[in-house]
Design a protein. Structure first.
Length: 260
């Protein structure tokens, strides 16, 4: 498997003030761009998403964009632990972990194949998070996200700085990270911004909208990398089928080279 920090590049460069609309029920402008690009793909991905609570804003964002009906098959929020255990088929060792995110993604992928009649481009997303609550949390505020496709499993992990944001803003950040990974897995590159901010990061609080980030106070901090101690780490693990195909091609190439 390979890993790298997230960097988005795209011909789309929305202005900083266009990231969020004034209504929380409407998809942010850059979110809408990414969703539209997913739905406009020659073969629209057949999506099933399982989100355990944190990051659930991704659901109304995706559904608010025209074209969702030809791509989104199902969205579930197994919020209670009993609900998550029922969905997974067993109690996990830790409820917020990379393993649970991958298991959710695999279950979502299988469900997408079931609902779409084994459509050739099925995608399952799983997300589990431990975020701010009405009582202090002893552990870190973090999320694990996974996207399963026929090619393998894409995964991401993000640790948020405790006390920096309220629960709503943490949820928005996780939702954006999940959507970023979804676009990455589907090869639909999210918009990037001239000010250096990445798609999954929030706007500074000088913007009047509710989804602005109090962690980013001014242009100076923007130039320093948007609170760059928070990094979205991406990984990809190819499926056994893809690995076998690559090995077969490599063996054929080596055989041809040996003959030549």
């Amino acid at each position: 498997s390979s890993s790298r920090s997230a960097q988005a590049k795209s011909p789309h460069t929305p202005s900083a003030t266009s990231q969020f609309s004034t209504s929380s029920t409407i998809a942010p402008a850059d979110v809408q761009l990414l969703a539209e690009s997913l739905y406009a793909m020659p073969t629209a991905p057949q999506l099933v998403l399982y989100v355990t609570g944190g990051g659930a804003q991704i659901a109304p964002w995706l559904l608010a964009v025209p074209g969702a009906s030809k791509s989104v098959l199902e969205l579930q929020v197994p919020y209670a632990q009993a609900s998550l255990v029922q969905l997974l088929g067993a109690k996990p060792r830790k409820f917020c972990s990379a393993e649970v995110a991958k298991d959710l993604a695999s279950s979502a992928y299988a469900r997408a194949r079931e609902l779409s009649g084994e459509h050739k481009y099925c995608v399952g997303l799983g997300c589990t998070a431990a975020l701010g609550s009405d009582r202090p949390r002893r552990g870190e505020h973090r999320c694990f996200i996974a996207v399963r496709t026929s090619g393998g499993v894409h995964s991401a992990e993000l640790t948020l700085t405790k006390g920096r944001r309220n629960r709503w803003l943490e949820d928005a950040m996780v939702a954006r990270a999940a959507l970023y990974l979804l676009g990455h897995a589907c090869e639909s590159v999210p918009p990037h911004f001239a000010d250096g901010r990445e798609f999954w990061q929030l706007l500074p609080d000088r913007n009047p909208d509710r989804n602005c980030d109090p962690a980013v106070k001014n242009n100076d901090m923007m130039q320093e990398g948007w609170a760059n101690e928070e990094i979205l780490n991406l990984k990809f693990r190819a499926s056994a089928l893809i690995k076998n195909k690559k090995a077969l091609l490599r063996n054929r190439l080596n055989a041809q080279l040996a003959k030549g």
